[in-house]
Write a protein that binds this ligand. Structure first.
Ligand SMILES: Nc1ncnc2c1ncn2[C@@H]1O[C@H](COP(=O)(O)OP(=O)(O)O)[C@@H](O)[C@H]1O
Ligand SMILES: [Mg+2]
Length: 250
């Protein structure tokens, strides 16, 4: 029997007031893969992430994370489940008054009974994993944008989540730094077996890291493609999908 998916989404719809953002979105994310949610700005990518982890209500559909349906859990179970999921938001700024190590320690302080030295050691090891072993004592203002994104990933990984959501990790970075971040994500996925769900609209990133993807579309109010991004690029005949992957006007 095939292994249970890490995420199963069935018929998800989200509305804000009378406005439908997307409807009937269904997909599965498999263990260990880098799954990309792509699409133009404003099509609902961040909203879909939030819906998956219960931060915005579903108007319809069901979502299972790590085998559990969040909406069916009581508060304690929900907290326990959410603790097993790391998230780096698009706006996911580090706390400016805290060192990188302290930023990474924060989730450990909130969610574990670990001693201070144990937390410090873990924070340093997570920073080492993202190539910031030497920058633990630096403040966010003292580091580059790319380093801040790496630190954000380290913080999202503090509790060793088997599932990590990254919302537009490359946003605001130059292409070379963004490519470095893509390599880091791939390395972490390979070395730790962490499953990634990455939101992005950057074609280079999608092709570099995505094992599989779904594409959302604002006009269609939902999913317009699913599959291996390289295959979609080569084969899709859907005009909007082709336009996106081949940088052509639709
Ligand atoms: N809390 C909210 N209330 C009302 N509208 C929202 C809310 N959050 C997002 N939206 C709207 O939903 C649409 C999709 O937003 P978002 O998920 O942020 O898009 P993306 O991440 O793909 O750029 C946008 O039109 C946005 O204005
Ligand atoms: Mg967004």
């Amino acid at each position: 029997m095939a292994e249970d998916p890490v995420i199963r989404a069935e018929g998800l719809s989200v509305r804000f007031g009378s406005k439908t953002i997307f409807k009937d979105v269904s997909f599965e994310v498999r263990r260990g893969e880098i799954f990309v949610i792509l699409g133009g700005s404003g099509c609902g990518k961040s909203t879909l992430l939030k819906a998956l982890i219960g931060l915005v209500p579903l108007a319809a559909g069901h979502a299972w994370l790590l085998g559990e349906e969040l909406a069916k859990e009581d508060d304690n179970e929900r907290r326990a489940l959410l603790r097993r999921i790391g998230v780096m938001w698009q706006s996911g700024a580090l706390f400016g008054s805290m060192t990188l190590a302290e930023n990474v320690e924060l989730p450990l302080e909130e969610h574990t009974d670990l001693s201070r030295p144990a937390r410090e050691a873990l924070a340093r090891s997570k920073l080492g994993l993202v190539g910031l072993g030497d920058a633990a004592a630096k403040l966010p203002a003292e580091i580059s944008g790319g380093m801040a994104k790496r630190a954000g990933i380290a913080r999202a990984m503090a509790l060793d989540p088997p599932l990590l959501f990254l919302d537009e990790p490359g946003a605001g970075l130059d292409p070379i730094t963004s490519a470095g971040l893509d390599k880091l994500i791939k390395d972490i996925a390979r070395d730790t077996g962490t499953t990634f769900v990455v939101v992005t609209h950057e074609l280079q990133s999608i092709l570099a890291i995505g094992d599989r993807c779904i594409m959302l579309d604002k006009e269609a109010q939902g999913m317009i493609a699913e599959g291996d991004p390289r295959q979609l690029k080569a084969e899709s005949t859907q005009p909007t999908v082709r336009a996106f992957f081949r940088r052509e006007a639709a």
